[in-house]
Design a protein around this ligand. Structure first.
Ligand SMILES: [Zn+2]
Length: 321
């Protein structure tokens, strides 16, 4: 556990939990700043996970200037009005009420949200006004809609931009649709493309890297394009077209003040990041005034977003969910 700053005591103290597949991270947040945080490996059983989360929250918020008013929990899964829609990666069955399960260990108002929504809310904190659509790219593609600094999840899944349909004849998606944005471009698809090019011997740079025994990732494909590999460049170029088609849908649906691209593969200093900027200039709706921004999210964004969500919910309905 680490103390990062002294709690000023004026703003409410909120506990934030980032409940991931490998780690559980907890922070005490006040005034939009992390004042103390902790991290532990996720135990196997659900019973141990509940006990661990509760213990971490109580320890992380102990002996600060005030007790926590609420707990915000971001986890990998679909969360609909506090109830787990699906969170198979963590072992929860559909319909689990995690706040209710935590309550015997942790008698505090507890509010749940999807972990990507939590990260998006954290990275969008610098834009407290207007509508912000955050599109995040990691292994998959996700995002969130934020209005005047608060998450607008609809019934739960608004902003899940990875499942905007780009190609109705495209590959089948686990969500039940075809040609979803995430099936066409994501950290996973770019890594698969890099490994396929290496295996087929179509890229000297990628083949050389694969010979070291390393599994290639999206950054390798970007390096190959940067190095002049035309096949890698073509894949990234098509990826930029798909992303910009998805962004047009975002503009048509929300006409947001800004789209914020989050995630290393979309950085403006990468081949794909530059291709997206060029493609967006060519294909954006002429009438659109939506600004395009890029941020690098760090691991604190999910914690700050979960805290912000909990404070919003607590202020609206102090009883908890
Ligand atoms: Zn899908």
């Amino acid at each position: 556990m680490s103390d990062l700053a002294v709690d000023g005591g004026h703003d409410p103290l909120v506990a934030a939990v980032d409940w991931g597949g490998t780690w559980i991270r907890v922070a005490a947040v006040s005034g939009g700043r992390i004042v103390r945080k902790d991290r532990r490996a996720k135990p196997q059983s659900l019973a141990e996970q509940y006990a661990t989360v509760a213990d971490m929250v109580l320890r992380t918020t102990a002996h600060l200037a005030q007790p926590p008013t609420a707990v915000g929990v971001g986890l990998a899964g679909v969360i609909q009005e506090g109830i787990v829609g699906t969170a198979h990666n963590l072992g929860f069955t559909d319909g689990t009420d995690i706040a209710a399960a935590l309550r015997p260990h942790l008698p505090l108002p507890t509010y749940l949200l999807n972990d990507v929504q939590a990260t998006a809310l954290g990275v969008a904190a610098r834009w407290p006004h207007g509508t912000t659509a955050v599109l995040t790219m990691g292994t998959g593609v996700g995002g969130a809609v934020i209005k005047d600094g608060s998450l607008d999840p609809g019934l739960g899944g608004a902003g899940d931009f990875g499942h905007v349909v780009i190609d109705v004849d495209g590959p089948i998606c686990p969500c039940g649709s075809t040609g979803c944005l995430e099936r066409l471009v994501s950290g996973r698809t770019l890594a698969e493309a890099a490994n396929a090019l290496a295996e087929a011997g179509l890229s000297p740079l990628l083949a050389a890297r694969a010979r070291t025994g390393r599994v290639l990732h999206a950054g390798d494909l970007q390096d190959a394009a940067q190095d002049g590999d035309s096949r890698a460049a073509e894949i990234l170029s098509r990826s930029a077209v798909a992303l910009c088609a998805g962004m047009r849908t975002i503009v048509a649906t929300l006409d947001p003040h800004r789209i914020v691209l989050a995630g290393t593969p979309l950085s403006p200093n990468t081949w794909l990041g530059r291709a997206v900027l060029t493609q967006w200039d060519l294909t954006r709706p002429r009438w659109a005034r939506t600004e395009l921004h890029h941020v690098i999210e760090d691991e604190d964004a999910a914690l700050l977003g979960a805290a912000s969500f909990a404070l919003d919910k607590f202020t609206a309905a102090p009883g908890g969910s």
